[in-house]
Ligand binder design. Structure first.
Ligand code: ADP
Ligand code: MG
Length: 626
């Protein structure tokens, strides 16, 4: 018999696959069982499409048998089977999935419950077996074929005998080595617990011959061991189970089994609703940001089942964008299986479920924030930005849902605080919720603009995310309090009478500032005496709705239209340098031009804005030294 080579190269690929894709070798059984379950599903779909066929559930099952003497485990199914060609194509080519092709040919909508699709599951069995034999008889044929391989060297196919339609996978279990005990796969209890752990909710019965100790017939004292066939999986999907039956480990296992993420979920939400609409759902809040989360490629959505049958892999209508990090599944009897995607989008039931789910997630986050602040902070680090985007988009319609979930770093508390915490400790004379925007907390801390507000003893929220100010614009007011940037024109803080300049002084200064304004024409809208500076000589503030931070953000976006905030150069008239300014206004206008330019560039640097001509700026500084 001719030995065929595996199509996709050499031992190395197979070795790599077997030893690195799966870190946990127990999962070989899950892979083979899911293939078996897929194979039965395929018969089921054939009968759906053909009126002359019917599907009697009683005839469809998976059976696991152990033969200790021969060191074999046999996984049999009554599924669709494989032809000679399919054996060669599906098992002879690594990373080729027959299930994917089946879905395409039969135009099965994406996400129908055919677990396979990656074409590597089968090979995981080489982690525990030296030789794998596949004996299969395809649905609608009398011929059977046997495929056999002992790993990378290749495989053989020959005609064989098999009574019924379906597939037997015979694993010759490896001998024990010093580090590895393979005998556990020949133990009834060992296999049973692996099935329970990974394949409990497979929809078809997984049967095993198990030994039971029973009283001998006619005797009241003598026991005998009998072998009985038992179904070892509960067939009830985890989401249909009672919360009280499930442990955190069960939920975590399901999370990794479903490949929702490589992390452990931070929280799970198990929902069972019976009412106007009935559904079961398990939702997860991941612990870590998925690597592609903030990219275009990331697709939100929940798996959608109708009475245990998967309709869609990622039903995006079930999740609002701002909760796009949530993973999980929804199963409802109230959705029809034949529903097409287009209809689904307008399905009233679906909308109800989506609304319900949104509330549940929101409540879960509320409770996390209230009861496990540390955990919430972790969550917020991973996904807080998404919540802020949620407030910003759709003209702020979601602000009521989301605003209480926000956290900002506080100048006073030196840690993250909620808006509610901020407002609840505002002194009576404080009119606004103050914030300062910048690249980092450290930079904001040094901004001259915050001086006045800080000295007043008012708390300042630090905005370090680009989206922060935009989101806050949508909120506008929180508990009747408006937000105010520390750089905005009017801070709403009364200045002490004695610190105000006299009206004569005011008039003098006005001429000076008018002059400086012409020096900086086109660059600033105004030059003024600062009401917020105490120790620093100079800063920029904005005169209009658009703040300088917003200008930076908007201009960093592709296709920006080069927006400009109306900037005001504020001069600290109590600073010693102001005397020099005044003096040069009287005696040396050239000097004043030079000083004005330097001050302006200083203000830009403090703000983190680029200066137009750095060479000129440094030359100017040298001129001052001469
Ligand atoms: P996947 O399940 O991701 O497609 P596998 O490596 O697990 O990849 O399986 C490869 C292919 O072999 C399957 O897609 C399927 O076509 C076929 N196959 C595997 N096991 C069976 C089985 N028990 N019955 C019928 N076909 C099977
Ligand atoms: Mg598979």
């Amino acid at each position: 018999m001719e030995k065929k080579q595996f199509k996709t190269e050499s031992k190395r690929i197979l070795d790599m696959m077997v030893n690195s894709i799966y870190t946990h070798r127990d999962i070989f059984l899950r892979e083979l069982i899911s293939n078996a379950s897929d194979a039965i599903d395929k018969i089921y779909y054939k009968t759906l499409a053909d009126d002359s066929l019917n599907f009697d559930k009683a005839n469809y099952f998976i059976k696991i048998a152990i033969d200790k003497d021969n060191r074999t485990v046999i996984i049999s199914d009554t599924g669709i089977g494989m032809t000679e060609e399919e054996l060669s194509d599906n098992l002879g080519v690594i990373a080729k999935s027959g299930s994917l092709a089946f879905k395409k040919e039969n135009e099965i909508k994406d996400g129908y419950d055919i677990i396979g699709q990656f074409g590597v599951g089968f090979y995981s069995a080489f982690m525990v077996a030296d030789t794998i034999t596949v004996n299969s008889k395809v649905f609608g044929s009398d011929e059977a074929y046997k495929w056999e391989s002992n790993g990378a060297e290749g495989y053989t196919i020959e005609a064989s005998e098999k009574n019924s339609v379906g597939t037997d996978i015979i694993l010759k279990i490896k001998e024990n080595t010093e580090d590895n005990n393979f005998d556990e796969y020949l133990e009834e209890n060992g296999l049973k617990s692996i099935i329970k752990k990974y394949s409990d909710f497979i929809r078809y019965p997984i049967k095993m011959d198990v030994s039971e100790s029973n009283l001998k017939e006619g005797s009241e004292t003598d026991y005998e061991d009998t072998i009985v066939e038992k179904t070892v999986n509960s067939m009830v999907p985890i989401w249909r189970k009672n919360k009280s039956e499930l442990t955190d480990e069960d939920y975590n296992n399901f999370y990794s089994e479903k490949h929702y993420g490589f992390d452990k979920p931070a929280r799970h939400i198990h929902i069972s609703v019976d009412g106007a609409i009935s559904y079961n759902s398990i939702l997860y809040i991941p612990e870590k940001t998925p690597y592609d989360f903030y990219t275009k490629e990331y697709e939100k959505g929940l798996e959608l089942y109708s009475s245990g049958v998967l309709i869609m892999n990622k039903c995006s209508d079930l999740l609002p964008d701002y909760f796009s990090f949530v993973k999980g599944i929804v199963d409802s009897e109230d959705l029809s299986l034949n529903i097409s995607r287009e209809v689904l989008q307008h399905d009233r039931q679906l909308k109800l479920i989506a609304k319900n789910i949104k509330t549940k997630i929101k409540n879960e986050l509320d409770s996390l924030l209230k009861n496990e602040r540390d955990k919430y902070e972790e969550f917020y680090k991973a996904f807080g930005r998404q919540l802020k985007y949620g407030i910003y988009t759709d003209y702020g319609v979601n602000k009521d849902t989301l605003q209480d979930l926000l956290l900002f770093y506080s100048s006073k508390e030196k840690k993250n605080v909620t808006l509610d915490e901020y407002v609840s400790r505002m002194p009576e004379e404080q009119k606004y919720i103050y914030y300062a925007a910048g690249d980092s907390n450290e930079r904001i801390e040094k901004l001259p603009q915050i001086e006045m507000v800080s000295d007043k003893g008012f708390e300042i929220l630090y905005f370090t995310d680009e989206v922060d100010e935009f989101a806050i614009r949508m909120i506008m007011k929180y508990k009747e309090k408006e937000f105010k940037s520390v750089s905005s024109g009017d801070l709403g803080i009364e200045v002490d009478e004695k610190e105000k300049p006299s009206s004569d002084e005011d008039k003098d200064n006005k001429e000076l500032f008018e002059y400086m304004k012409t020096v900086l024409s086109g660059k600033v809208k105004d030059v003024r005496a600062s009401k917020r500076l105490k120790n620093y000589p100079v800063c920029l503030s904005n005169d209009g709705d658009l703040t300088i931070e917003m200008e930076k953000t908007l201009n960093s976006m592709p296709n920006n239209e080069n927006v400009k905030a109306d900037k005001v150069l504020e001069i600290n008239i109590t600073h010693d340098m102001f005397k020099t300014l005044k003096n040069s206004f009287e005696v040396d206008k050239d000097k004043l031009d030079l000083y004005t330019n330097i001050l302006y560039n200083q203000a830009l640097l403090i703000e983190g804005l680029p200066i137009n001509d750095p060479v000129e700026f440094t030359n100017n500084i040298c001129k001052v030294m001469i």
